[in-house]
Ligand binder design. Structure first.
Ligand code: NCD
Length: 306
């Protein structure tokens, strides 16, 4: 059964096909309005979410399908001690596809080997978030016209930010990508991502704490939230949470066609005054995320029915 647990479960060609489909959905939404008629998605969210859960649900509804699920572990049998494996077996009796978010790294994988329907990882702990990456890649493609030859600045919590880990894994497969990793030293990209992805593939990267110093080099600035829920103590969070606050004056050396991205939710790291800048793309990312999830749901359901 084909699931999506890690962004590398999809080949670069498959990602390209998903992007083409999502583009076509935007151009011809009526063509897809009954594509998943009679099918159900179960959204199993053991951790807070606004965008990801609702975008999966909106995606399925726009494909003519329907939605079941829960939001918050306290509202599910997990609160009684049910295992993820059992939950996956049970939901397989009710739905055709699962989108699961869980605070434990690997939980959606465990679900996928126990379910008899496809499982989509909608974020597992500080590990991965492949469908946010699909939204990010689709946005980059639409805004920059290509996924190659880009200097990509990623700023904020590179240690716990699962969207960062999935995005680096995905972009590392394209030509001419260079990363500029901007974070406080304590929130630097984990060694395993540096060695297994960047060094393994000889991808050029630099690490810095100085956002304004590198601003002029960037084609993309991907801002992230400091991941409060992954900290062991509040003092560290409070000390680090406002390490970077993007304000209009900090953009003065930025390229006129640099794009500003953020997976959202934002806390303080982008001032609302930046929202009116034509380079701000974070709300477009939200909309793009719905279309690419529509493409993904269709693909996985089609493969499951073979
Ligand atoms: C991200 C996540 O859940 O990892 N949110 C999202 O799905 N768009 C980013 C975050 O929470 O900081």
């Amino acid at each position: 059964m084909r699931s999506l647990i890690d962004i590398l479960d999809l080949s670069a060609e498959e990602i390209d096909e998903l992007i083409q489909t999502a583009d076509d959905i935007i151009a011809h939404p009526d063509k897809y309005s009954e594509a998943c008629k009679g099918k159900k998605i179960a959204t199993l969210f053991f951790e807070p979410s606004t965008r990801t859960r609702l975008s999966f649900e909106a995606a399925m509804l726009e494909l003519g399908g329907s939605v079941i699920g829960f939001s918050g572990a306290q509202n599910s049998s997990a609160a009684k001690g049910e295992s993820v494996a059992d939950t996956a077996k049970v939901i397989s009796c009710y739905a055709d596809i699962i989108a699961m978010r869980h605070p434990k790294e690997g939980a959606p994988y465990v679900a996928s080997i126990n379910a008899s329907i496809p499982v989509i990882n909608a974020g597992d702990g500080g590990h991965n978030h492949p469908t946010q990456t699909l939204a990010d890649l689709f946005t980059i493609y639409r805004e920059k016209g290509s996924l190659s030859n880009l200097t990509v600045g990623i700023c904020g919590d590179l240690k716990f930010g699962r969207t960062v880990h999935s995005l680096i894994n995905a972009l590392a497969r394209y030509e001419g990508i260079r990363f500029v990793l901007i974070s406080p030293e304590e929130l630097a990209l984990p060694e395993y991502v540096k060695s297994d992805v960047l060094e393994e593939r000889n991808i050029p990267y630099t690490e810095t704490t100085d956002l304004e110093g590198v601003m002029g080099d960037l084609d993309i600035l991907y801002m992230t939230r400091v991941q409060k829920e992954r900290f062991f103590n509040e003092e560290d969070y409070l000390r680090l949470k406002d390490s970077y606050i993007l304000e209009p004056k900090k953009l003065k050396n930025a390229k006129p066609d640099m794009i500003i991205m953020h997976p959202l939710p934002r806390v303080n790291e982008i001032s609302v005054a930046v929202d009116d800048d034509p380079r701000a793309c974070y709300f477009k990312q939200v909309l793009n995320g719905k279309y690419i999830r529509m493409a993904l749901i269709m693909k996985l359901l089609k493969e499951a029915s073979k």
